[in-house]
Design a protein around this ligand. Sequence first.
Ligand code: TRP
Length: 418
Amino acid sequence: MNQDFTVTPWDVSGTIDYKKLIEDFGTEPIDAELLDRWKRLTGDELPMALQRKVFFSHRDLKWLLDRYEAGEKFVLYTGRGPSGHTHLGHLMPWMFTKYLQDKFDAPLYFQMTDDEKFLFKPELSMKEAMSYTYENALDVIALGFDPKKTKIFSDLEYSKTLYRIAMEVAKRVTFSTARAVFGFDNSTNIGMIFITSFQSAPAFLPSVEAGKNIPVLIPQAIDQDPHFRVTRDIAPKLGYYKPAAIHCTFLPSLSGSDKMSASKPESTIYTVDDLKVARKKVLSAFTGGRVSIEEQKRLGGTPSVCAIFQYYYYLFEMDQEKLDQREQKCVRGEIMCGECKQELADRVVKFLEKHQEKREAARDKVQDFIVSDYSAVYDKLKRPQDKKEVAKLMKTMKEYCSAKEGEQISVKKCKEFK
Ligand code: TRP
């Protein structure tokens, strides 16, 4: 890998060269031909995420569309490692997934890898990870996914369903492969070595449930690709289709570099941020402005390095003409950074206000989306007495959701939750 940047499932840093990443990872670029086909197939304009190459790379997307045209519907699979609150960067691929669900009438399996985050983050308790599963699920639901076609699950709560598939995967992945793909060493805990098997499992779950091969498309940020390289390698050995993938770039941080990241809360906008705090974060962002107004008028700004401009580009200016105008005005020194920031801050605040409303409303819809091994049994048996099990699950979720930061799960509680 290039020395200037790192992209792995657990570390993304540096200035990322996405073209180089396509070569390094061995994925395929989403080219003009594929975009034309997409347009024809959906009978609609391309979504901005494709037009602007936010989704820029894929594996086997052509194959997936072939299957689709031959009448085989696909299932979407994506996920989240719940180690904290959701930020705007996380929403990007989820919004695109929502577009895919609508356009292709596709069911969605959404995995919360609370087990992975528990293993990876030394300071994160299991209870906290599970409480973030709940908190993050609210953000997913707030985006408007169809409850009839969407299943959200926590690994720790859906492990019985996933475990057998994960075992089939684990049996076929050697330590040497895991070490080469993920860069593990002797200090890596043994849970982490296994965890890719759990992330593979939902790619095969639709086929297991249907009793026949179902094509699966995995929308994901490109850092997750190593997992699915492993998944795709072993798929034929298990008799399944290789899952197809569509990859997106990262939303840059407000400080102007890297990706928006939980390790830099001051330049990251969370969906739960107080509106005043969010506004302040935007107003303190890094711009491509000059040292003085006089100089900016004379020389113009540099949108290509400006975090504010990136936010318009990725999420907050979907009108291409208006985005171009903004860029031109900046380059010509006709608009100052203060004005650009204020306008973005207004849009961010407006977006957050609406999202937070929907997020609150989602609290009453959680049971329509979250599946666990209790409700899997309930679904299957449809026996009224199993409602008790569902009530038990709801209680568990509520308990978890009330976890405070830093709180450890007690042995007593663990026993109660069994
Ligand atoms: N491991 C991912 C993360 O840390 C979460 C995840 C699980 C995921 N399954 C996925 C992401 C499928 C994309 C697609 O965020």
